[in-house]
Design a protein around this ligand. Sequence first.
Ligand code: GLU
Length: 482
Amino acid sequence: MNKMKVRFAPSPTGPLHIGGARSALFNYLIARHEQGQLVVRIEDTDLDRSSREYETEILESLRWLGMEWEEGIDKGGENAPYRQTERLDIYTDYARKLVESGHAYYCFCSEEELEQERLQLMEKGETPRYLGKCRSLSQAVQEEKRNSGIAPTIRFKVPENQVYVVNDLVRGQVTFESETVGDFIIMKSDGIPTYNFAVVIDDVLMGITHVIRAEEHLTNTPRQLMIYEALRFKRPEFAHISLILGNDRQKMSKRHGATSVIQYRERGYLPEALFNFLALLGWAPPGEEEILSREQIIAAFTLDRVSRSPAVFDIDKLNWFNQQYIKRLNIEELHTRLKPFIEKSPLVGQFEALGDKERTFLLEAVHDRLVCLEDINEYLSVFLGETVYEPEAVEVLNQEGVAEVLKYFAANLSEFEQPDEIKAYLKAIGKELKIKPKEVFMPLRCALTGQMHGVDLHYLIGVWGKAETLKRLQAAQNKFNL
Ligand code: GLU
């Protein structure tokens, strides 16, 4: 049997969205699972909206997520070129074949005529479609129209009263009636093919065995089936994967927050976390465990576990995944991943000035708290920035007994090596002064950070060291007369 060959065919009209990334991922996963091949082809026939910048960005997003492909746009391969605007001769040839075999014809109708037909059908309550005015123009009339300067489109002649059936690998049997489809354009008057035509020619010539794509293309499938039939091409298998909905069960859109992969990257989601999360948008792993490595997902990924119902994009779940993946990094890896985020911070100089030991304390302190890598900025301000006092913290500092705790702390703090020593010291203060641990921690935290909550106090002190801690404390004591 032939090896499975699938493709991801983005239109470079915007950045790679979550939905596109999920389609790409499912193709990638099944290709790896089956030890087949993945092709990446660029469908840039919408000349006004396509750009090379988007193309580059899409490929970069795919790579960042950890996908690679055997054949395609920047890889080359035996079916090059992989950009549709570089394949126009191929489409022209096949369109001509369809005209010659009577499956397609030249259409000279103007925009105005088409608009009028549309309006008339709508007035009658019918589906707007092309009724076939140019279907049987004589050669002479065609010649005349051409000579008068009209550049024709080429329309596909939709067979009458046909039923098209596709056994979709996700949706099951889907039936389409040809009556609902009017003769549709396959080549525009400027020689550019339409999506439904180019996609068939490319999928066939590139040897695609399985077309796996978003559900929104299901309505395009009957037109494509007609072209397969007319050209006597063997059809591939189809699998249409469900929509992705936001938490409110509406189609995912900008309203739901970040929609492009780049945005998630910029916020500091780890690619492996997003990879894992996207794989679960419409695919259910066989076991209970959801945190799965790339290899585990590949090993388990089959189309029969892809769901027909819409997937829900739950940002809280993604955040949880990201946090789990961050927790699994060791401190060195965490540092490497955080670097690009730290470099953008105004406190980068202060961070770089830290000694190895202090830097490690800082990273250890934030490790379990980061939801996204960009959260490091907040923590850098607490560790390395100016203290900003929130009103609740000021209230704490005005309470009775606070001055005594701060004084005791300052007077008895010795040099230390590890945050744990500070932890023990803070405990001892409570015992010595016969107060609850909280009555030690709160005043110190509020004085030293200006905040009621945050990273463990002994880590903060660990990073600052004795001298800096006492300096900060003195500043608070002066400010609040403590
Ligand atoms: N270029 C189409 C898109 O970006 C791909 C459709 C297909 O996979 O057939 O939606």
